[in-house]
Design a protein around this ligand. Structure first.
Ligand code: TXA
Ligand code: MG
Length: 382
């Protein structure tokens, strides 16, 4: 693909339409714009322009059989995209829109096959992020957008993640800082007899029940290796870093720290102590780890500067990233993808990550972490 110059549009707050005008016009005109949402950064194209949508797949290196989510600024924007009004969708949107919830519904003829990969359904979402909504409103068109990573990389939660993956491949990246949640939206399929969560996210089955009384099944909780997932994207191996990922299980942080101590000691006894290890835990958990064989090095602040300084990794070093002081799934979720990217970049061979209870954001966190631990190299797109 011909290399193009990638321009970064840094947002200053308070946000003004002026700052987004160039990007909105570019979107309208069929160009690609990466933009922040409250979940992860998206790679947007005018959803009504099949050629623009096709260029998303090129830039990402994404398989064409993996459909895209269409983003709109207001609930009314969904009407033209779906076959007929849905009462259950209306209730869900009332309770959760704008926000990190994507609904899969029967599609209208306005939605092209390029977006849906030929399915007769379409995924729609109203992002809560102010910059995303203003951009979509200004563009005046629905915006098809997958996560703005190259296929095979974790979703970007910072603008510089997008830059790492797509510099030279897309014309615009809107930089508005880190994403609030750091994991992709909940995908809820409304086309069957009962709503089913195809991908867990910040909106949980329990919250849906509590706020709307609607019962939903979580297909991702019980899904075995052999089951065929209904969200085409879930069949690809996701978030699998180069390193082997080992998840520390335990009912509390002390138990998890003990499990990590045992694992580290076992590695050194096995003669594997020279492996480069990345550790992703809470600070409290890390401080309880009892293994003197390694020298602990802090990753420091998760800033872009780190990319420039890539240290040579001396043997017996363990580089850690604390997601927060205390164990907390929301913080862990917010930093997981940054940590996976960084550990890969600095050549970690083993990543030790703290497992957390699957309540609230913990369910989505463990879903992504388990995928990362799935082993092997990515088999395709995401
Ligand atoms: O938070 C998010 O959802 C982000 C931001 C940018 O909105 N987007 C995102 O898109 O994660 P993407 O393309 O990386 O993931 C979309 C997921 C994929 O697993 C895809 O297979 C599924 O949604 N999906 C899209 N359309 C679908 C459909 N019609 N039926 C079933 N699953 C669908
Ligand atoms: Mg993705």
């Amino acid at each position: 693909m011909r290399k193009i110059e990638t321009q970064i549009i840094k947002i200053e707050h308070p946000l003004s339409d002026q700052q987004l005008m160039t990007a909105a016009q570019a979107l309208r005109a069929g160009e690609l714009v990466a933009f922040p949402t409250e979940t992860v950064y998206g790679l947007g194209a005018n959803a009504l322009d099949p050629q623009a949508v096709a260029s998303i797949f090129h830039a990402k290196g994404r398989p064409a059989d993996n459909p895209l989510i269409v983003h709109v600024a207001e609930p009314e924007g969904i009407d033209e995209l779906i076959l007929e009004p849905s009462e259950i969708a209306r209730l869900l949107l009332e309770a959760f829109a704008p926000g990190p919830l994507t609904l899969v519904l029967p599609r209208s003829t306005k939605v092209s096959d390029v977006i849906t990969a030929g399915l007769d359904t379409v995924a729609v979402r109203i992002p809560a992020h102010e910059t995303a909504r203003r951009l979509i409103s200004l563009a005046g068109v629905p915006v098809a957008a997958p996560s703005a990573n190259r296929s095979g990389k974790p979703s970007p939660t910072r603008a510089w993640h997008v830059f790492e993956d797509l510099d030279g491949l897309i014309p615009y990246i809107i930089d508005d800082g880190p994403c609030e949640y750091g994991l992709e939206s909940t995908v809820l399929d409304l086309t069957g007899s009962k709503p089913v969560i195809l991908r867990p996210g910040a909106v949980t089955a329990a919250q849906i029940m509590e706020r709307t009384g609607i019962e939903v099944a979580d297909s991702t909780e019980a899904m075995g290796e052999s089951d065929v997932p209904k969200a085409p994207g879930m069949k690809y191996r996701h978030y699998a870093p180069e390193a082997r990922v080992w998840i520390a299980a335990g009912t509390d942080y002390a138990a998890r720290a003990e499990a990590i101590s045992n694992y580290l000691n076992q590695l050194s006894e096995e003669g594997s102590a020279d492996l480069r290890i990345g550790l992703f835990t809470s600070g409290m958990t890390r401080k309880l780890i009892d293994c003197r064989y390694y020298e602990y090095k802090s990753y420091g602040k998760m800033t872009a500067e780190f990319i420039e300084t890539r240290p040579i990794w001396p043997a017996r070093n363990l580089v850690y990233i604390d997601y927060a002081d205390r164990p907390d799934p929301a913080s862990a979720a917010g930093k997981l993808f940054t940590a996976l990217r960084r550990f890969d970049q600095i050549g970690a061979e083993i990543i030790i990550a703290e497992g957390l209870p699957t309540e609230g954001m913990g369910n989505a966190y463990m879903n992504r972490l388990n995928k990362a631990a799935g082993g092997g190299k990515p088999a395709g797109g995401r």
